[in-house]
Design a protein around this ligand. Structure first.
Ligand code: SF4
Length: 279
């Protein structure tokens, strides 16, 4: 199975998106070797540089509109719970336009995996600040430097009830692959904030390389401890940056009834009735 398509890749050289694409390819390869079929995976992406991953990976995919990656992923899972649904979103996509969807998906604990390509800048539109850009960041729309503090998405997801919360980094390839595998295998809502280098508009390679460390001896069942680790670095000021699984919990998944349980005839009858009422 060839997981990389022949579509022309237009990401900038050095972009962290490549690492995420290849880590995800490795995860899909491993799972396929264990018996999962390629057609059992669905990849949903949003709008932004990250979204082109839907063109580059050879799985069924859907480009959602800006900020709406999660409602689409949730709808797919609801329609067919047998699918493994992976949503890729950018930090602007998920933490600005799509923030309410992200919080509610975590609250609902639907069995989908969300991978945030968090380069902390709007790369596709040439460098505006996003909710995770650091205080003082000078972008195209903020030449004087932003005066807001960034949000901390790891702490936010812990507070929202996500049952799998992790952070990794595009230059830690093995770690990225391990964390993405665990996220996809987790039953329930899994969230991974990937610190991604944007080589062109926000190259934080040196900053990250100097500060990241792997969580060791951390109890992933301890929510309070996870919150403490999550708040160690606030996405702005200097501090060690923990990478790893902060929190993991088995909990009942999505309380909504799957539409896939409705028979074809009944579904068609319902759709016909709805359409008739609208005409
Ligand atoms: S602008 Fe940044 S995020 Fe977009 S492709 Fe280039 S390096 Fe990657």
């Amino acid at each position: 199975m060839t997981w990389i398509t022949r579509a022309k890749n237009t990401w900038c050289p050095g972009c962290g998106n490549f690492a995420i694409e290849h880590a995800l390819k490795d995860v899909l390869t491993d799972l396929a070797e264990e018996g999962r079929r390629a057609e059992d995976f669905v990849l949903v992406s949003g709008i932004g540089c990250h979204a082109k991953i839907a063109d580059y990976l050879a799985v069924n995919s859907f480009y959602a509109i800006h900020g709406r990656t999660l409602p689409v992923a949730a709808g797919i899972k609801l329609a067919n719970p047998g699918l493994t649904v992976i949503a890729c979103a950018g930090d602007g996509d998920a933490y600005a336009e799509g923030l309410d969807h992200l919080v509610f998906a975590a609250k609902r604990n639907q069995d989908i995996t969300v991978i945030i390509h968090d380069n902390r800048v709007y790369g596709l539109t040439t460098g505006q600040y996003t909710p995770t850009s650091y205080e003082g960041f000078r972008g195209r729309s903020t030449p004087g430097g932003i005066r807001e503090r960034p949000i901390n998405p790891v702490a936010l997801m812990l507070a929202s009830g996500a049952t799998f919360v992790a952070r990794t980094y595009t230059r830690k390839r093995d770690h990225l692959r391990e964390v993405l595998t665990a996220a996809v295998l987790h039953r329930g809502f899994s969230f991974v904030d990937v610190l991604q280098v944007c080589a062109t508009y926000n190259n934080l390679t040196e900053y990250y390389d100097d500060r990241v460390y792997l969580l060791e001896g951390h109890d992933t069942a301890d929510l309070t401890g996870a919150m403490g680790k999550a708040r160690e670095w606030d996405y702005s000021t200097d501090a060690p940056i923990a990478l790893g699984i902060f929190y993991e919990e088995e909990a009942p998944a999505n309380p909504w009834t799957a539409m896939g349980g409705i028979g074809k005839d009944e579904r068609e009858r319902t759709i016909r009735t709805i359409l008739k009422e609208k005409t």
